[in-house]
Design a protein around this ligand. Structure first.
Ligand code: SF4
Ligand code: SF4
Length: 211
């Protein structure tokens, strides 16, 4: 069965409290052989402990599948980009290097690329993904667009990301504050942003401790 069209995945990085519940829950899923397919990234480690969860964004034109020489990454009719098929994957890591979101992981012990498949065994039968089920702050939310608009009236969702000249749209949505709306998230520009005035740069920190 496909994932019901009205059920969508939303990530609200502002709500992540870094508790790792999603990582633990994902690792316990039988289909992942004990390996979590979600991880946390620090937003700006030099100035903050703020984290954000990273799952497969299920791109509408998935770069991982496009660069796979073995045609091992399939997309189901509902737009969910599946983890690599074991009989086809040749463990070349092309997908690992090509994914703009840094999602696929090469599991050398299995000689297989593994990644988040939106808990397809659960979502295709109407259940929530493991991570969205346990997230205590609902930074990971799986439900209808009406539900998210009702519980997050001050947020707006976006699924367009710009990397250099390339714009990628995704099945997974990211939530942003409504008072700072954007057409798309320019990831390349965001990476080059300078720290705000009152924050420490690495140079300031090294000066302060005399290195
Ligand atoms: S986020 Fe990465 S792994 Fe997921 S579909 Fe897009 S390119 Fe593939
Ligand atoms: S590691 Fe496997 S899934 Fe990834 S590109 Fe190579 S063959 Fe395809």
């Amino acid at each position: 069965m496909p994932v019901p069209e009205h059920m969508e995945f939303f990530i609200d990085p502002n709500r992540c409290i870094g508790c790792q519940s999603c990582v633990q829950a994902c690792g316990e899923c039988d289909t992942h052989k004990g390996h979590p397919m979600i991880h946390l990234e620090y937003v700006d480690r030099a100035i903050s402990v703020q984290t954000t969860p990273v799952v497969c964004m299920h791109c509408n034109t998935p770069t991982c599948a496009e660069v796979c020489p073995a045609d091992a990454i399939k997309v189901t009719e509902d737009g969910v980009v599946q983890t690599a098929r074991k009989p086809r994957c040749i463990a070349c890591s092309n997908c690992v290097l090509a994914c703009p979101f840094g999602v696929p992981k090469m599991k050398t012990e299995f000689e297989l690329m593994m990644k988040c498949d939106m808990c397809y065994d659960r979502t295709s039968v109407g259940k929530k993904p493991m991570c969205a089920t346990v997230c205590p702050s609902q930074a990971l939310f799986f439900g209808t667009r009406e539900e998210i608009e009702q519980i997050r009236p001050r947020s707006v969702s976006n699924n367009r990301f710009q990397f250099g000249q390339q714009v990628i749209t995704t099945k997974v949505n990211m939530l942003f504050p409504k008072d700072n709306p954007i057409q798309h998230l320019n990831v390349t520009d965001a990476m080059n942003e300078q720290p705000v005035d009152q924050s420490f740069t690495l140079e300031m920190l090294m000066d302060a401790i005399g290195i």
